[in-house]
Design a protein around this ligand. Structure first.
Ligand code: C2R
Length: 205
């Protein structure tokens, strides 16, 4: 038994238990990420999409949903994209959020290869003409291969939709979604209170 000066023996024993406990808890915390299994996979055609796609990550984080995030391209890494899509369901992933800009084939190709719901995020990238290229590439899928397409740069909605998909099989998460939605309603109530104090000669409310 090592000595922790200047405490008496019985205090030292307790102290060493506390020190051990803190040590193991910190190791557990360090390994939390390895113990958690991703339920949602966020993929993007390039890390240049990250400023948009991180909005989806923020939502999942807020809802305490474990997720993974990777860059993957149907154009530049076709084999990896195929392997990812074929393996995602077996790894316990429940929904995929796929963002891409320009000729955005990534979400559709992934949707063709997985039974999981794929949420597509059209990104207005530097190579985009005006964003419509990406929107139409993701939205106009042939019958049989749906991609749930959110608005241009709408990664936040993609995160919320993924959470809602998971919540259909998770009561706790569903409660948090309900709370989130009711907070949105409260925001509008508050906005209307503020608007009530805005005065115009011809404003009637
Ligand atoms: P870089 O910035 O890397 O040149 O990428 C990416 O999503 C990004 O918006 C420019 C844009 O190319 C897009 N990209 C795709 C795909 N791979 C990359 N649309 C794909 O497979 O669909």
């Amino acid at each position: 038994m090592y000595q922790i000066f200047p405490f008496p023996f019985f205090v030292q024993t307790k102290l060493s238990w506390y020190i051990c406990a803190i040590f193991y808890l910190s190791i557990l915390d360090l390994h939390k990420n390895f113990l958690m299994e991703a339920k949602v996979s966020i993929i993007m055609g390039s890390t240049s999409d990250l400023p948009i796609m991180e909005k989806a990550a923020n939502v999942l984080n807020e809802f305490c949903i474990p997720f993974e995030m990777n860059a993957l391209s149907a154009h530049r890494t076709p084999q990896q994209a195929m392997d990812f899509a074929r393996g995602a369901h077996g790894r316990g992933i429940r929904a995929i959020i796929a963002g891409a800009g320009g000729a955005a084939h990534l979400p559709g190709v992934i949707a063709a290869l997985t039974p999981l719901p794929v949420i597509g995020v059209p990104v207005k990238a530097s190579i985009s003409i005006d964003g419509w290229d990406s929107i139409l590439s993701i939205l106009q899928m042939p019958p049989g291969i749906p991609v749930a397409t959110v608005g241009l740069d709408g990664a936040q909605n993609a995160g919320i939709l993924a959470a809602q998909i998971l919540a259909t099989a998770n009561e706790n998460l569903m409660k948090r979604i309900i709370e989130y939605k009711s907070n949105l309603a409260k925001k509008i109530v508050q906005a209307n209170r503020e608007l009530a104090s805005v005065k115009y000669e011809y404003k009637t409310n």
